[in-house]
Design a protein around this ligand. Structure first.
Ligand code: FAD
Length: 247
């Protein structure tokens, strides 16, 4: 019996541009299909309909949407590991058609603005938070937002400049970046240099209990952040996580 073809469901879109946003990390900009709706922090599946190469992992990947709903484009950002899907995404011509699923996920900003939001991200885990903080600024949301962002070096940190600029223009947004391997960097760095831990949170937050905590990224990093928060006495109901399964 011939294998049944699985129909690709979702929206049609086109690749508009791609840009390196840190060493080994690229942002892919796509047309936002008419009718495509999403909330900050959500993700979607991107499918290459006819890629130049493929492998056993297939032609679809799930990515958090790094752009914000107010913007005209959909942006997905990924670490350029040497896999068939990513090699294809890097070399297909601009205007190549892709399928994008409906947005899904509940990793969105809480409504109660009396509670600050504390975001804990490492490298690629920044993607949902970029969407959240840019939309919050656009909507002039009153929430206090704290982003703890860990990378080995400034060269590895996607969207570092954009986030630093946002901090200058949004008094409700505090950015605490840490670079944990500055000995390997060619850049200057005056900020934090140790991994995110309870002591760092205590130095930057007025009170540890009270905010809603969010962590996204590779599962090992997210598990580590959650363990640190729980041992700091944070109520598990106040911790929200998004695992980038596949890393
Ligand atoms: C909600 C969510 C949001 C994500 N957001 C991003 C993002 O913004 N940027 C980014 O770079 N990556 C993101 N990822 C991870 C992304 O989907 C890929 O898995 C990752 O980029 C590795 O792809 P690869 O081609 O480099 O590796 P490969 O090893 O070739 O691909 C990994 C493949 O294995 C599958 N896979 C392996 N283990 C698991 C598992 N435990 N559970 C489910 N699937 C598995 C993946 O779906 C994928 O198809 C996200 C994943 C999820 C689930």
């Amino acid at each position: 019996m011939a294998a049944r073809e699985i129909p690709i469901v979702g929206y049609e879109s086109k690749l508009l541009s791609r840009v390196e946003v840190a060493e080994g990390t690229m942002a892919f900009h796509f047309e936002k299909p008419p009718g495509f709706k999403f909330k900050v922090g959500q993700f979607a599946d991107v499918t290459l309909a006819d890629p130049p190469e493929t492998d056993g992992e297939g032609n679809t990947r799930t990515f958090s949407i790094a752009s914000s709903p107010f913007e005209n484009e959909l942006v997905f950002t990924t670490r350029m590991r040497d896999t068939a899907f990513k090699r294809s995404l890097k070399k297909v011509p601009l205007a190549t058609e892709v399928k994008i699923s409906s947005a899904a996920g509940s990793f969105t900003l809480h409504k109660n603005h009396a509670k600050p939001a504390v975001f804990l991200a490492g490298r690629i885990g920044i993607t949902p938070f970029l969407s959240i903080v840019r939309q919050a600024h656009h909507d002039r949301l009153p929430h206090k937002l704290y982003l703890f962002y860990s990378n080995r070096r400034p060269e590895d940190a996607p969207f570092l400049d954009a986030l630093q600029n946002l901090e200058k223009t949004n008094p409700n947004f505090s950015l605490i970046c840490t670079m944990t391997e500055m000995s390997k960097s060619k850049k200057e760095w005056k900020g934090e240099t140790v991994p995110i831990d309870q002591e760092m949170l205590s130095r930057h937050l007025a009170i540890l209990q009270g905010p809603i905590y969010y962590s996204a990224g590779p599962p090992a990093m997210v598990a580590g952040m959650k363990e640190m928060l729980v041992s700091a006495g944070i109520d598990e109901d106040d911790i929200r996580t998004e695992d980038f399964a596949g890393y």
